[in-house]
Design a protein around this ligand. Structure first.
Ligand SMILES: Nc1nc2c(c(=O)[nH]1)N[C@H]1C(S)=C(S)[C@@H](COP(=O)(O)O)O[C@H]1N2
Ligand SMILES: [Mo]
Length: 301
């Protein structure tokens, strides 16, 4: 069923016809002797909304609390206790408090959103998330006048998060959004993938998903949300301000200091893994570009 957000499809929208057409293009590209270069020519916009497999999504992760390797989260995150789980909402809100995750989930409308997901390391996936709009949660919390930003914090529990015993990052992991970004209808609080609860390695029981920004903005296993009038510190910016800014909007025209962001490697597909052009705002330009009017996106990274 199509939902009200353009550029957002639920799984039933990815028709067999579209899948067939994509396969035909793959075969045509290969048969015409283009080889892998021909495959890379398949349009990102069309191909990208076929979700990655459960295995791709849950076995290739970044979650430094469990180690810096891509398979560390799948290997070690099982030990994390996610019940009970509370999320503290504080700062400039009318209804501050510690809320049980089950109460939050019961109160919110959980929907499916199939989004492109683009890591700053230049790999990407397509993930069928389940979750609710952050805007809905903020509405219940009651944002006070004068608020400008939303800050997020991940659980700090080194007994269960072995990566926190090392200073790979300054713990706990923190992130932030400008209030208008947080209120954008695309901004999701994810609770599941493929209709199942979020696996621990993907940020159980609650993680942010901001599809037009590099993946590190999508903070996992959130225990605290603070509404504030000051730009909050963010983990990767603290670690290396020259390489990672507060905004971190996906932008093929602005290279990371150590690599190009013009294209990305789509995870999965084995032999047919593709490198495709990266899209401005990760393909969500129509929905989000207006928030950045007047900003120099090559400077305010
Ligand atoms: N708390 C926390 N959140 C995090 C990270 C992390 O290390 N710790 N890694 C980020 C990065 S760099 C990426 S690319 C995504 C990866 O999400 P995934 O493993 O679900 O694909 O999570 C982001 N959220
Ligand atoms: Mo990332």
């Amino acid at each position: 069923m199509a939902n009200r957000w353009t550029n957002t499809l639920s799984q039933s929208d990815v028709t067999p016809e579209a899948a067939f057409l994509n396969r035909r293009q793959l075969i045509a590209g290969a048969a015409a002797g283009f080889g892998l270069a021909g495959v890379a020519g398949v349009s990102n916009a069309q191909e990208a909304l076929t979700p990655n497999s459960w295995e791709d999504i849950t076995q290739y992760n970044n979650f430094y609390e469990f180690g810096t390797g891509k398979t560390d989260p799948a290997e070690y995150a099982g030990a994390l206790t996610t019940t009970p789980w509370t999320v503290e909402i504080d700062g400039m809100v009318k209804n501050p408090g510690k809320y049980d995750i089950d109460d939050i989930k019961a109160a919110m409308t959980i929907e499916e959103r199939i989004y492109r997901f683009r890591c700053v390391e230049a790999w990407s996936m397509v993930v069928p998330w389940n979750g609710f709009e952050l805007a809905d949660l903020l509405e219940v919390a009651g944002v006070q006048e004068g608020a400008k930003y939303v800050a997020f914090e991940t659980l700090y529990r080194p007994e269960e998060m072995p990566g926190q015993r090392f200073q790979s990052l300054d713990w706990p992991y923190v992130e932030g959004l400008r209030l208008d970004e947080a209120m954008n209808p695309l901004t999701l609080m994810a609770t599941g993938i493929y209709g199942k609860d979020l696996p621990n390695q993907n940020g159980a029981p609650l993680r942010l998903v901001v599809p037009w920004k590099y993946g590190f903005k999508s903070i996992k296993s959130i225990v605290k949300i603070t509404i504030t009038d000051k730009e909050p510190p963010t983990s990767w910016n603290k670690a290396n301000a020259r390489e990672y800014g507060f905004y971190s909007n996906v932008n093929p025209n602005v290279s990371h200091p150590r690599w190009s962001q013009a294209s990305e490697r789509m995870i999965g597909g084995g032999l047919f893994a593709k490198r495709v052009p990266t899209l401005m705002f990760n393909g969500y330009e129509d929905e989000v570009a207006s928030m950045y009017e007047g900003m120099d996106l090559s400077k305010q990274i």
